[in-house]
Design a protein around this ligand. Structure first.
Ligand SMILES: NC(=O)c1ccc[n+]([C@@H]2O[C@H](COP(=O)([O-])OP(=O)(O)OC[C@H]3O[C@@H](n4cnc5c(N)ncnc54)[C@H](OP(=O)(O)O)[C@@H]3O)[C@@H](O)[C@H]2O)c1
Length: 236
């Protein structure tokens, strides 16, 4: 019996954990996050993704143990209200580091890792990349940068067998934002203000991401907004 292919999931917060759980079984999942996961010793790497050298070491270890990845999901980052006028240099470094530099590092390391003939990289950005976000300007800018990276790398890396798809979710209810969601959406999980009528759950987003993998050849370079139409600006 052949072993299932390997999937690397970066970020084990609300969305990353749902992706890990959705892929496990069909794939051998290896996770990376700066939080520990003692229950997954050997299959989890505690690493700050801003640290390229540490990430490269973790990736080498993962390849030795579990083989190269056929699927890579980038589902980490830091949502932040930091503004240009108020944020100090450390705040700026944190937002840019966690949301953008971390993605550059992960993709750099994946590109240098021996891979199967094709490798599908699903990059979770945000619908904040597409609209003005006066309350989260730095966060939104980093998410736009990540989306741009997906578009530029898709044609550049296609000959190397790497496919890249950007997924731009709207609000996904996770434990980090539960309280805010309750305040902002009194009818949650319903949201009558958006065309789709309700908020996204981590499990739904994980299903969507998993369903993209077989189609990554035809979708490479695409940015897929998954937000129930909340950023359409439709008049009601
Ligand atoms: N949930 C939403 O509504 C939503 C909507 C659109 C887009 N997104 C995006 O989806 C991604 C995941 O969101 P989420 O809701 O699952 O967030 P989450 O629950 O806060 O999980 C994010 C995870 O990424 C980790 N992380 C952040 N920077 C890291 C780094 N440099 N190195 C290693 N680990 C790092 C975090 O660790 P710490 O806890 O230590 O920070 C956390 O474990 C983020 O990029 C977010 O912007 C989320």
């Amino acid at each position: 019996m052949t072993a299932p292919p390997t999937a690397w999931v970066f970020g084990t917060g609300g969305i990353g954990a749902a992706v890990r759980d959705r892929l496990t079984g069909e794939y051998r999942t290896v996770t990376f996050d700066r939080a520990d996961d003692p229950g997954r010793a050997g299959a989890h790497h505690r690493v700050d993704l801003r640290d390229r050298a540490a990430l490269a070491t973790a990736a080498r270890d993962a390849v030795l143990r579990w083989g190269p990845p056929a699927v890579v999901v980038l589902a980490f980052g830091t949502v932040s209200p930091a503004t240009v006028e108020d944020a100090g240099p450390e705040d700026v470094d944190r937002v840019v580091g966690d949301n953008f530099v971390g993605c550059v590092n992960v993709l750099h390391v994946v590109h240098r890792t021996p891979r199967p003939d094709t490798c599908a990289c699903l990059v979770v950005s945000s619908n904040a990349a597409q609209v003005a976000r006066p309350g989260q300007p730095l966060y939104a800018a980093t998410k736009a940068a990540v989306a741009s990276l997906v578009r530029s790398l898709a044609p550049a890396w296609a000959p190397d067998g790497v496919r890249l798809v950007g997924v731009l979710p709207g609000t996904v209810t996770v434990s980090r934002n539960e309280e805010r969601v309750r305040r902002q959406y009194p009818h949650a999980p319903a949201d009558p203000a958006r065309p789709g009528g309700r908020l996204v759950t981590p499990g739904e987003l994980a299903d969507f991401l998993a369903g993209l993998v077989p189609h990554a050849h035809h979708l490479t370079g695409q940015l897929l907004t998954y937000d129930g139409g909340s950023t359409l600006g439709a008049a009601r």
